[in-house]
Design a protein around this ligand. Structure first.
Ligand SMILES: Cc1cc2nc3c(=O)[nH]c(=O)nc-3n(C[C@H](O)[C@H](O)[C@H](O)COP(=O)(O)O)c2cc1C
Length: 187
């Protein structure tokens, strides 16, 4: 019997807040009717230890090994991040730092969005995230990566959809990521 297996995409939210708008966007993405995609959300960002190369010398913490395996197993990664003090949250940078030497992002298709109540949409955190992704040699889905401003006009503070157009915007993000996964890699 031929069993169809969906394209695995892992969502990572840069916010640890229970009612995070960025995590809500990932949940909307997970629940979109997009049959060719299996969308999972990484749950343990706040449990990763602070990165230090010494912790990676032989006896790497199990949670880091699991994180790396989930990244490696995903065909694409979708990051949604807030902006704190004009930068990406430390927990997200910390998680990305754990992959520098192990290389899970090398050549990996990634879409990156940022959501904020401000009119900038977290554009500075978004720009710094793109810079880090380029250092990691990720394949960024450029047209599916952008800041989302005035987020509380689109979803409520408790996670309900206020403006249904957010679904189409997010569907576009996912479509661009899927197109990047399918695109032939230029040598
Ligand atoms: C300490 C702190 C610093 C913040 N700095 C920024 C900022 O520089 N730019 C911005 O757009 N929003 C900033 N915000 C507002 C966040 O965008 C807002 O809290 C957002 O809802 C966080 O994302 P989340 O809903 O996914 O947790 C800041 C919030 C906090 C608590």
């Amino acid at each position: 019997m031929l069993v169809f297996k969906g394209m695995k995409i892992l969502g990572i939210s840069g916010s640890l807040r229970e009612c995070s708008s960025n995590t809500t966007l990932l949940k909307i993405l997970r629940d979109l009717p997009f049959p060719e995609v299996e969308f999972g959300i990484y749950p343990d960002l706040g449990r990763l230890p602070f990165f230090s190369p010494e912790l990676d010398d032989g006896d790497t913490p199990g949670i880091v090994t699991e994180f790396r395996a989930r990244l490696a197993n995903a065909e694409g990664i979708l990051i949604s991040t807030p902006e704190y003090a004009f930068g990406m949250p430390g927990v997200l940078k910390n998680a990305l730092d754990w992959t520098v030497s192990s290389g899970e992002f090398t050549g990996k298709p990634v879409a990156a969005i940022s959501a904020s109540p401000t009119y900038g949409g977290g554009d500075k955190a978004h720009a710094s995230l793109l810079l880090v992704l380029s250092a990691l040699s990720a394949r960024v889905a450029v047209k599916g990566s952008f800041p989302i401003p005035a987020i509380y006009g689109k979803i409520s503070k408790t996670g309900e959809i206020v403006d249904p157009a957010i679904r189409d915007l997010l569907r576009g993000v996912l479509s661009e990521l899927v197109a990047t996964i399918r695109a032939p890699v230029e040598e």
